[in-house]
Design a binder for this molecule. Structure first.
Ligand SMILES: C[S@@+](CC[C@H](N)C(=O)[O-])C[C@H]1O[C@@H](n2cnc3c(N)ncnc32)[C@H](O)[C@@H]1O
Length: 316
């Protein structure tokens, strides 16, 4: 079968920091791995090719991504199991037992394919429907338009402030609420017009990106999935198993950084207690002290890699 991207004549997605992923994940002969965000299958292919007999569970919320990956990974068919779903639910989806995985990769965010297709509504290019659901229409859930049209003022303020790091969210909420009473939000143009009115100037590309991303995070409950997913994935790792995460914005990176730091600490007593009371043992160790970032040459080749940050942790 030919993938969707091939039909459209462009790459589905160029995988980010492949060499770094392989270096820290260090797939071993006959090992069992999970790619929780398989996208177009670029990282998955690299993992499957990196050592003899590697087996891979691969998952994506987006049915189109799973189809693309199925086509790309067909040569490895007997070593790959693919499914549509959220990595936070991986335990139920594949029925994996605790301690069964040698490594997990999460490459968060959206694929180039999702951004490039206007009808998926992840872009602020003119005329895009405000959709942004990673699972597409098949899996239902609120679209970005529905969030803008139905969320309470408090919920909107929270979305713009927490997820969009907007310093003056109230003026934007007021604008959205006034506009939706007149005409419901439908397309990217409606939201860009609201931004322009609220800011009193045409929004800079970085403002548009920030606010559109905030809505995407809310529509897909991305931070909840990540928080829930990290702790269930940790339990699936066997001794020496590795969890590698590439994130693309500071909110995600903070969640990963804090989780890995907490799991790497022996003592979890509250600060100020002179002698450790908890007798705790670290569950594992950080594999990289500071997040790895893409090389300059990679960013030149693939500008979409520029905000990537890779963190990795190993189970004791
Ligand atoms: C940056 S792309 C991954 C690209 C992939 N590594 C490759 O080599 O092509 C991110 C993918 O993660 C998926 N995704 C994001 N959050 C997810 C979640 N909670 N569960 C499963 N898939 C998710 C998106 O649908 C998207 O296809």
């Amino acid at each position: 079968m030919i993938g969707v991207a091939a039909v459209l004549g462009r790459a589905y997605h160029v995988p980010v920091m492949v060499a770094e992923v392989l270096r820290v994940l260090a797939p071993r002969v006959g090992g069992t791995y999970l790619d929780g965000t398989v996208g177009g299958g670029g990282h998955a292919e690299a993992i499957l090719s990196s050592a003899e007999g590697v087996r891979l569970y691969a998952l994506d919320r987006d049915p189109e991504a799973v189809e693309e990956a199925r086509s790309r990974l067909r040569l490895f068919a007997d070593r790959v199991r693919l499914a549509v779903g959220d990595f936070a639910d991986v335990h139920d989806i594949f029925g994996l037992g605790e301690g069964t995985l040698d490594g997990v990769l999460l490459d968060l965010g959206v694929s180039s394919h999702q951004i490039d297709l206007l009808e998926r509504g992840f872009t602020f290019r003119p005329g895009a429907p405000l959709d942004m659901r990673m699972g597409g229409a098949v899996h239902g859930g609120q679209t970005a338009a529905a969030v803008l049209n139905q969320a309470s003022e408090g919920e909107l303020r929270d979305i713009f402030r927490r997820y969009g790091e907007e310093r003056r969210p109230k003026r934007l909420v007021r604008e959205v609420v006034a506009r939706r009473a007149w005409k419901p939000f439908e397309t990217s143009d409606d939201l860009v017009a609201a931004l322009e009115a609220a800011f009193g100037r045409p929004p800079a590309p970085s403002d548009r990106a920030r606010i559109f991303q905030a809505l995407r995070i809310a529509v897909n409950r991305e931070l909840e999935s990540l928080t829930r997913g990290l702790s269930s994935l940790k339990r699936l790792l066997g001794s020496g198993g590795r969890l590698v995460v590439i994130s693309y914005h500071s909110l995600e990176d903070r969640i990963v950084k804090r989780a890995f730091a907490l799991w790497s600490r022996a003592c979890v007593c509250p600060p100020g207690i002179p002698v450790c009371q908890c007798g705790g043992k670290a569950e594992g160790r950080l594999l990289v002290r500071r997040a790895l970032v893409p090389s300059e040459s990679e960013v030149l080749r693939n500008p979409r890699a520029r905000s990537g940050k890779l963190r990795a942790w190993e189970r004791a």
